[in-house]
Design a protein around this ligand. Structure first.
Ligand SMILES: Nc1ncnc2c1ncn2[C@@H]1O[C@H](COP(=O)(O)OP(=O)(O)O)[C@@H](O)[C@H]1O
Ligand SMILES: [Mg+2]
Length: 241
């Protein structure tokens, strides 16, 4: 469903991604971990061309992603949930959810609202349709952001540290929503997170990045029991509580 082939990324002189090769199968749940600055966000952002690789190829659902087709191809296939929820503060929850389906996916207002209420139900916040994001907790805002991503009904959802900006007491409610989502066989999920409990519960595969490279990959179990690389061991020693 997603393929990165020899992807390199430079920011000026800074070599941020070094020959990244990665395939994500349809329906796969992939978790990316690694230290800050290792290139996790850039990798995920290359998957939807929020960042264009300096060289290499990205394929989505069998089609090469290019600067020419990115708007259409990404819109049809991929949505993203960010660390900072990026909801529009001056719009109600319902407006936040219906905007893209109406503007980009040509839904009627009624269709868009039906979708919105459906996915609000999925994230357990149907009663919040008419409030503004600032009236919600961080965890609730992130659940709304997930509902918004779901409203696009794409095959792929990318998550970049969706719980890192949250108060500890609201992290679990967001993870619960993501775990439920992961039960959907057909959705392809790529999740940058340090929540190893989440990884253990849902990830088919975990990829560890350091210095712009993938240095180890395997099942969550592999990372819990027998990571090979010393850097991986040290890192996991710090984050697994
Ligand atoms: N837009 C940018 N311009 C310049 N440098 C960037 C930009 N985005 C990321 N970087 C740098 O690229 C490296 C990898 O960043 P990132 O992919 O965000 O890592 P991670 O998500 O693993 O913390 C870091 O050194 C970061 O400072
Ligand atoms: Mg990041």
């Amino acid at each position: 469903m997603i393929k990165l082939e020899h992807v390199e990324k430079y920011f000026g002189d800074l070599h941020v991604l070094k020959d990244i090769n990665l395939e994500v199968a349809e329906g796969e749940k992939l978790v990316i971990i690694g230290p800050s600055g290792s290139g996790k966000s850039t990798t995920v952002r290359c998957m939807n061309f929020l960042e264009e690789p300096t060289s290499g190829h990205v394929y989505i659902d069998g089609q090469e992603l290019t600067s020419k087709n990115k708007t259409k191809l990404v819109r049809e296939t991929t949505s993203m949930v960010f660390q900072q929820f990026n909801l529009y503060p001056h719009m109600t929850v319902l407006k936040n959810l219906t905007l893209a389906p109406m503007k980009l996916h040509h839904k009627t207002k009624q269709e868009a609202e039906e979708l919105a209420y459906h996915y609000l139900e999925v994230v357990g916040l149907r009663d919040k349709a008419n409030v503004y994001p600032t009236q919600l907790s961080g965890g609730q805002q992130q659940r709304i952001a997930i509902a918004r991503a779901l409203c696009a009904q794409t095959k792929i959802i990318l998550f970049d540290e969706p719980t890192s900006a949250l108060d500890p007491e609201t992290i679990q409610e967001v993870l619960d929503v993501m775990v439920n989502l992961a039960h959907e066989k057909n959705i392809t999920m790529v999740v940058v997170t340090h929540e190893m409990g989440f990884a253990r519960q849902v990830a088919d595969r975990v990829v560890f990045m350091a210095d712009g490279q993938i240095i180890e990959e395997g099942t969550p179990e592999h990372f819990f029991t027998n990571p090979k690389n010393e850097r991986v061991r040290q890192f996991l020693g710090k984050i697994i509580r």
